[in-house]
Design a protein around this ligand. Sequence first.
Ligand code: NDP
Length: 345
Amino acid sequence: MSTPTSTQIRLARRPVGEPADSDFTTETVGLPELGDGDVLLRTIYLSLDPYMRGRMSDAKSYAAPVEIGAVMEGATVCEVVESRAESRPVGTFVLAYTGWQTHAVVPGRHTRRLDPATAPISTSVGVLGMPGFTAYAGLLQIGRPQEGETVVVAAAAGPVGSAVGQIARAKGARAVGIAGGPEKVRLLREEFGFDEALDHRSPDFAAELKAATPDGVDVYFENVAGTVGEAVMRRMNTYGRIPVCGLVADYNATEARDGAEPGPVLLRRILTKSLTVRGFIQDEFLADHSADFQRDMSGWVADGTVKYREDVVDGLENALEAFRGLLTGRNVGKLLVQVSEDPTR
Ligand code: NDP
């Protein structure tokens, strides 16, 4: 067998603002021989997620940055093409964390087996994977929506936001989704079943939000921050809950936005409305809630309670352009890069 190679996208320097082509290099390298227990993986799908912007930066965060010169990190759905791991024979599909590259050699025990007969393998990085779990754990453990309450979420057409809205409705709450542009707003109403859907680019956004939340907001699942977050904060009810999941509006920011509310204004709102504001990183809930998630979410997807959308971009060479689009809202649904053929489809 010829020595396998991998085409890799590596971080060349830390981006300032929006990541540029020149911040990355593409290289094809030889891979090491397989050791005992190792597998050679062919990447089928690379998951693109907003957290990757943080990994490109060396600002202090909850996870270490990608080193300069290293392969960009990321979750992947792969096929085993060579194996020295008994539990991962050739032809097995796995969830791995091999990053922005076409092939990788990793210990088989660092991968999770996927069963294409149970669910499409791509869902392991979407609705049945990390983004779905983020919605499930953040909403139910922190947001705790009660029947009849109003739950608001932005980035609502994405994998986290769309699941938040649909789980909220499954729990008897009223779901208000916020997204960018009329096409996404239509999707929120017609496909994901949000009770109300709003376009955050509308010049009348604040008035439309007020009209869509006549009883105020009990749970604001914070995905974006920025002007949208500030507008929703003004609608919070006493004893409201705010799971702080992400701040995607600010991920490329290099300086404070004009007119941004200063900390004391925000703290005053938290005080006067007795709000509970709690940040979280989804993996803190894994040990206690992943089994419930797998059971509930698989059931909801199977019976149509939770629907999902995927946005599949062809070719690893298009990953960076697709990632730029993720931070500006070009994606509709879970963003995946198709790195090679999916034989299960
Ligand atoms: P999405 O696929 O929803 O992509 C991000 C979306 O954010 C864009 O599509 C865009 O949608 C929206 N957006 C970008 N800029 C703005 C803005 N200025 N104002 C309003 N909306 C904006 O991403 P995910 O569903 O994967 O992730 C959603 C959030 O959850 C992110 O903040 C992410 O970092 C966070 N997250 C947090 C985790 C945790 O453990 N805490 C784990 C996983 C995700 P639109 O066109 O609607 O504006």
